[in-house]
Design a protein around this ligand. Sequence first.
Ligand code: TMP
Length: 235
Amino acid sequence: MEKREKIYEGKAKVLYATEDPNFLIQYFKDDATAFNAQKRGTIREKGLLNNQISSTLFQFLEGAGIETHFVRTLGEREMLVKRLEILPIEVVVRNIVAGSLSQRLGLPEGTPLAGTILEFYYKRDDLGDPMINEYHIRALGLATEEEMARVSAMALRINVLLQPFLEKRGLRLIDAKYEFGRYEGRILLGDEISPDGCRFWDMETDEKMDKDRFRRDLGRVEEVYQEVWRRVCAA
Ligand code: TMP
């Protein structure tokens, strides 16, 4: 597939057109940001590692019946994807208390939850991605009720599928952020699934093995991305 003009550049990825209007090339950068890009840096080899981690997880989910935008891995840092009309909503699924939930509710990180939590955020960098609910989504016309029913069901199913897959590889899925989009009248999983947008804790030690090491200056950032890659892609 031929790489044509850049159509979108985000904080960690670039999307390029191809000769086929239904397909894009998704390129993974080493750039890392946190706190709505107030903190910036690079994580060596992150683009390559996240491309492969995401490719592996998308293929696993496709095999389990989840439709994703993934078509195939192209190069070290690129995958071919279906061109979605992305919903401007970040879907967060939480299994264990961490991050903003810990702060908002005053619960220590690592607190177990009696049930899974599903949250929605409005993708608006200028507003710092505020949390919204399904009423906001309907009222603002971001997605239909039917689409949101599908998004919610898919996000919860993805969570149920990824948990044992990752646990077998020594990773506890604490929470994750997913993005969905429209494609030929259906809702597909888009974006990426990687340590940039998920929290993975080591099953044995609870060591953080995700972008929190960068966000919080915990050190060993490159090493844990490598280790997640090794467990997910090479083991
Ligand atoms: P949070 O606890 O900071 O709200 O994050 C929840 C999950 O969403 C966590 O796995 C990291 C991911 N996330 C992103 O992918 N992008 C973001 O901008 C934020 C704030 C979180």
